[in-house]
Structures are given as C-alpha cells and as structure tokens.
Design a binder for this molecule. Structure first.
Ligand SMILES: NC(=O)c1ccc[n+]([C@@H]2O[C@H](COP(=O)([O-])OP(=O)(O)OC[C@H]3O[C@@H](n4cnc5c(N)ncnc54)[C@H](OP(=O)(O)O)[C@@H]3O)[C@@H](O)[C@H]2O)c1
Length: 275
C-alpha cells in the first residue's frame, strides 16, 4: 500500500514487541518492507513473532530498565543493519490502584519501565540518530498521561512524566533532523487491558466492550513516524478534549463522571441490554 511504501528498507526498532501494540506494530512494519528489530524480555515470544514477521527480523532480548541492556540492544541493531531510522518506544507496564492504596514498590516498578526505560531508549536512539541527522522516535504514552483517572493514578504519573520528557526533548532536537513524536492511546484491547478485566475498580471506570483494536494505534504510530507528527491521540482528538478540560479542572471532574456513565450506557446497548 502506498501509505506504507516510505518504510521499505527502513530500519525500525520496537520495544515491548513481544505483546499487544508492539507486536501488532512490528508485524505491520515488517509487512511494509521495513527491516525490523524487536526487543522485550520474553525471548520465546520474540522468536515466535520473528517467524511470523520474516527472516530479516532481528530478535534482541532486552530489559529496558537496564541501561547496559538498552545500549547493547542498539549496538546489536547497528551492527546488523548499520543504522536506525525509526524507534517505537513502546514497552510499558500498568498496575492499577487507588492513590491511597498504591504501594511504593508498584509505583517504582512502573516508573522504572515507563519513564526510566523509555528515557534510556531515547538517549540511545539519539546517540545513533544525531550523527545520521535523521530519524524518528515514537514514544507511546497514554491519554492517561494528559489527565489522571482512577484507578490509574500511579500509571498516569509515569505517563505524565514521559510526556514532559518528550516535550522538552522536542525543543532540544530543533534543527537536528531528528524528530520525536507522542502517541497517546485510550484503552486498547491487549494483554495489558485484558489483565484489567479482573479489576472491578477499572471495570467501573471503563467498560471493556469499548476497548479499541491495536490496529488503531498501529495507524497512529505509522502516521506519527511518516508525517513526523508531534502528537497523535487514539481516538483522534481525544487528547485535545483533555487539554481543553484542563482549563476548568473542577468542571472536567464532573464531565469525567458523566462520560463514564455514558460509556457504560453504550456498552450495555452493545450487549442489547436495557440502557
Ligand atoms: N493497552 C492499553 O489500553 C494502552 C493504553 C494506552 C497506552 N498503552 C501503552 O502502550 C504500550 C504497549 O502496551 P500494550 O497494551 O501493548 O501492553 P502489553 O500487551 O502488556 O505489552 C507490554 C510490552 O512491554 C514489554 N515490557 C514490559 N516491561 C518491560 C521491560 N522491563 N523491558 C522490556 N520490555 C518490557 C512487554 O514485554 P516483556 O514482558 O516480554 O518484557 C510487552 O511486550 C505501553 O507503553 C502502554 O503503557 C496501552
């Protein structure tokens, strides 16, 4: 498809490629003719994905919370492919809890992957891309990184932090030829979201019937990388609504409650139940 053509022979490195959004995006880039490197901790899942994506796929088992492993990952990709054109900085974890209950350990675990890991990946990407004077880093944050929602307070804090880091980096990259994009998904049907179906607090917040397919985020990542967009929310425009809502935070709190009620009403209609 013409839309994907510009990625033919591009070198694309994806973190969090063993599952969900990362896996779907890796397959889409491979189908677009890109040379793909896939990183995550679970090697068996990466091997399985590589057999689907094609023989040119490079498997690089990596824990993004370990700076040395991230550096080794980029070194392996450069050695194998000679350059890095696109990095999809996607590895992430979510542990739901109300703010009054969240443990230091769980918040630390999320910060280490969602913020520190993402920062290590950005720093290694820039070390390769700045001398190339070309490249795109797509940071997968979340709509929950533009507004806090319960029971996602700790997770929101890590994604707010990633967005702050990305916005500052954008300034630093002016004139460098290197671009950093933000992709901000709402709730997407992946193992991360499936795990939340055991959490009643989360189900009260968001009905699983309204989860989006990963393909929506794949398109957003492609659009961000191809058009060098600053920020893409999924569904489109959702982050703009959150930014407008921030102008009147008290009113926005009330709107969130109404929106949740509306979402549950729609979900019940989808089941053919009484609204
Ligand atoms: N699903 C949603 O509703 C949603 C909404 C907004 C944003 N997001 C964001 O989208 C991204 C992908 O999430 P997903 O829904 O696809 O979740 P997922 O299916 O649970 O996948 C998460 C990926 O992150 C990897 N990962 C976790 N810890 C890692 C570590 N220490 N080192 C390397 N890789 C690690 C996992 O691989 P291993 O376990 O094999 O290491 C896995 O491949 C995340 O950043 C998430 O926050 C998701």
């Amino acid at each position: 498809m013409a839309w994907f053509e510009p990625f033919r022979n591009s070198v694309v490195l994806l973190t969090g490629a063993s599952s969900g959004i990362g896996r779907a995006t890796a397959l889409a880039f491979a189908r677009a003719g890109a040379r793909v490197a896939i990183a995550a901790r679970r090697k068996s899942l990466l091997d399985e994905l590589a057999s689907e994506a094609g023989p040119d796929t490079l498997v690089v088992p990596t824990d993004v919370t370990r700076r040395a492993e991230v550096a080794a990952c980029f070194a392996a990709v450069r050695e194998h492919f000679g350059r890095v054109d696109v990095v999809v900085n996607n590895a992430g974890v979510l542990i739901p809890a109300r703010v009054e209950d969240i443990s230091e350990r769980d918040l630390d675990a999320m910060l280490r992957v969602n913020l520190l890991g993402a920062m290590f990946v950005m720093q290694e990407a820039l070390a390769v891309m700045r001398p190339q004077r070309d490249g795109v880093v797509v940071n997968v944050a979340s709509l929950a990184g533009r507004r806090g929602y319960s029971p996602l307070g700790g997770y929101s804090a890590t994604k707010f932090a990633l967005i702050g880091l990305t916005e500052a980096l954008r300034e630093e990259l002016t004139g460098s030829g290197v671009h950093v994009s933000l992709v901000l998904p709402g709730v997407v049907e992946t193992p991360m979201a499936e795990a939340l179906t055991h959490d009643q607090e989360f189900l009260d917040f968001w009905p699983e019937e309204l989860n989006m397919p990963p393909s929506w985020v794949v398109w957003a990542i492609f659009a961000a990388a191809r058009l060098r967009l600053v920020e893409v929310s999924v569904p489109p425009g959702a982050a703009t609504i959150e930014k407008l809502a921030a102008l009147a935070p008290g009113a926005a709190d009330t709107l969130v409650v109404w929106a949740q009620r509306a979402a549950h009403w729609v979900a019940r209609r989808m089941h053919g139940g009484t609204p």
